[in-house]
Design a protein around this ligand. Structure first.
Ligand code: ADP
Ligand code: MG
Length: 226
């Protein structure tokens, strides 16, 4: 089943053509790595795929719904899409558990169950001890796990991760990839932006962007690096 489909999508900012006609589908159970030089449109692609930005032309469909026709895009995003941003975007005045439960509460889940779900997913990503700490009290690796937990909570079908391994050491980076891969194997669709061939090796497909276009796509599953 296709979770996200981009059809001939362009995105223009004034004079800048960030994307110039990209088509891409990601299915349940598929992890697609997006690679390419800085400025090639990787983050733009992710933002469009998750409905955080709207295309200048072309269409984006999530779980069969054309985003152009969706009235409450925020609600669809909260239910279906989990993001891990480059800069994490954790709220410093909330504990790790509160950060993770926030999207559930915004979606109408009551505080008790939302907190239980948050703790369970924090445990799952190996950040159970961080639950009652604030982001500022955590190491970079722990903060990253909390951000991943926030993206996973609520069983979202589409996970978008923009260089989630950022400045992490390779052991923590591998752990993050293992978590994304597990969710994928459990049925999620994952789009992962990465510069590192080491992490792209966990993907089922690699899409290379150059100047806002798909320059190359390989469908080889590179088992050797796992
Ligand atoms: P990448 O993530 O591959 O580094 P981006 O998707 O961030 O690339 O950006 C692609 C191109 O679009 C770049 O030239 C960038 O400067 C431009 N761009 C992205 N967002 C905006 C924006 N909001 N306004 C103007 N230009 C933008
Ligand atoms: Mg980027």
């Amino acid at each position: 089943m296709t979770v996200v489909r981009l059809l001939d999508v362009t995105r223009v900012h004034g004079e800048v053509h960030a994307l110039r006609g990209v088509s891409l589908e990601v299915s349940c159970g598929e992890l697609v790595a997006v690679m390419g030089p800085s400025g090639s449109g990787k983050s733009t692609l992710l933002n469009l795929a998750g409905g955080l930005d709207r295309p200048t032309s072309g269409s984006v469909t999530i779980e069969g719904r054309d985003l152009a026709a969706v009235k409450d895009l925020a609600a669809l995003r909260r239910r279906s899409v989990g993001y891990v941003f480059q800069d994490l975007n954790l709220i410093p005045s909330l504990t790790a558990a509160e950060n993770v439960m926030l999207p559930r509460e915004l979606d109408g889940v009551r505080a008790g169950p939302a907190r239980e779900q948050a703790r369970a997913v924090l445990e799952e990503v190996g950040a159970g001890q961080a639950a009652d700490r604030f982001p500022g009290q955590l190491s970079g690796g722990q903060r990253q796990r909390v951000a991943i937990a926030r993206a996973l909570v609520g069983e979202r079908r589409l996970l978008l991760a923009d260089e989630p391994t950022g400045a992490l050491d390779t052991a923590t980076g591998d752990e993050i990839l293992r978590l994304l891969r597990e969710r994928c194997d459990a049925g999620a669709a994952v789009l992962l932006v990465t510069h590192e061939p080491r992490y792209a090796a966990w993907a089922d497909r690699v899409v290379y962007l150059r100047d806002g276009r798909v320059a190359d796509a390989t469908a080889v599953r590179l088992e050797s690096a796992r």
